[in-house]
Unconditional design. Structure first.
Length: 348
């Protein structure tokens, strides 16, 4: 009974503090350590990483935009704003059925891919802005678009250090697209769900040892102890084998190094996009030496995969709570007995 009361108090405290996480000094709305915005009488100032934009309010909200990264699609689908997308790159990597309906109807145009964008087509669409992640080799493309009067906004959400910071980009998209109230409600719902799940998972005493990712060539890119994956595993009350690392990215390790650290691992997550354990083994025969391969549980992120597209890298970028819920279901199935995994799938 005491544990239940503590859980209720903890949830209440978390929810009561949720709005404070996005309010900063001097009128800034703080999205993350590197992204914030504020508005005065005629200008919206947006800071994203190394870029600062002073956007005249007379140009806002944007009505038609072009997206050059699939990971940005999730913010528009979460807000129900698919029809505001005029153009999109690499549509074969887009999961959203609504986006494909609009592509087939000619309402959204294919503007190329990350090998070569069709600059002429983008200019012809006359978008209010282009949203993208900065890729150095396309600097000339960005400059050409800007010379033609098109605002290019770099979001770079993939650089964030925790899952909820990525979810908070809803606030930026909502502000720019005139959906600020809807975006705030969506974000608060995601954050409240996430925080409640953390409290739920924290009551479990058993913490399974967890391995993540797989080999690529001769290297195992193991997420660092301060990475997003490590944070999600910790919040789901798992015992991540590389939690002691101070790296925010991935560490390139040999199979032998990972093998030594993972001897007690009971669960293996984010094991590529393989279809079966035999398929995983064909990728690297050394996996057969690992206890987690022979007697543990292995999960990929292929539950919502369609041809080249995968919703884990689309809506999963926004829905941190659903990604966390998957991990909790995997590590502590008794906590969510009626829940079917959203993005993850067990390898048989």
């Amino acid at each position: 009974m005491k544990a239940k009361i503590f859980q209720i108090i903890a949830v209440f405290f978390i929810l009561a503090c949720s709005k404070k996480t996005v309010e900063g000094a001097e009128g800034w709305t703080v999205v993350s350590e590197t992204v914030k915005y504020r508005q005065n009488s005629d200008i919206l100032t947006l800071e994203t990483g190394a870029s600062t934009y002073n956007l005249p309010l007379t140009k806002l909200p944007y009505r038609r935009v072009v997206l050059l990264n699939a990971s940005l699609v999730g913010y528009f689908t979460e807000l129900g704003m698919e029809e505001s997308i005029a153009g999109i790159s690499s549509p074969e990597y887009i999961y959203s059925p609504k986006i494909h309906q609009l592509l087939n109807a000619g309402e959204i145009r294919n503007v190329g891919n990350e090998q070569k964008y069709n600059v002429e087509k983008i200019i012809a669409l006359k978008p209010d802005a282009v949203f993208t992640n900065r890729i150095a080799v396309f600097q000339n493309t960005y400059e050409l678009l800007e010379k033609n009067g098109i605002t290019v906004i770099f979001l770079d959400e993939y650089l964030e250090k925790d899952a909820l910071s990525k979810s908070r980009y809803l606030l930026v998209v909502g502000k720019l697209m005139g959906q600020q109230e809807q975006a705030q409600k969506k974000y608060e719902k995601i954050k409240n769900s996430y925080d409640s799940l953390v409290v739920l998972a924290s009551e479990v005493k058993n913490r399974p040892a967890v391995l993540a990712n797989e080999m690529y060539g001769s290297q195992w890119y193991l997420p660092g102890g301060h990475s997003i994956i490590a944070g999600l595993i910790e919040d789901a009350n798992g015992n991540y084998i590389n939690a002691g690392s101070k790296s925010e990215g991935s560490e390139a390790l040999s199979f032998e190094e990972v093998y030594a650290r993972s001897k007690n691992a009971e669960v293996w997550v984010n094991a590529g996009n393989h279809k079966s354990r035999q398929d995983l083994l064909r990728a690297n025969l050394n996996y057969s030496k690992m206890n987690v391969f022979t007697s543990g549980k292995i999960y990929t992120v292929t539950q919502k995969e369609r041809r080249k597209s995968n919703d884990y890298f689309e809506s999963g970028v926004v829905r941190a709570d659903l990604v966390l819920k998957d991990y909790i279901r995997i590590f502590h199935p008794d906590l969510l007995p009626g829940y079917d995994l959203t993005y993850h799938k067990e390898l048989k």
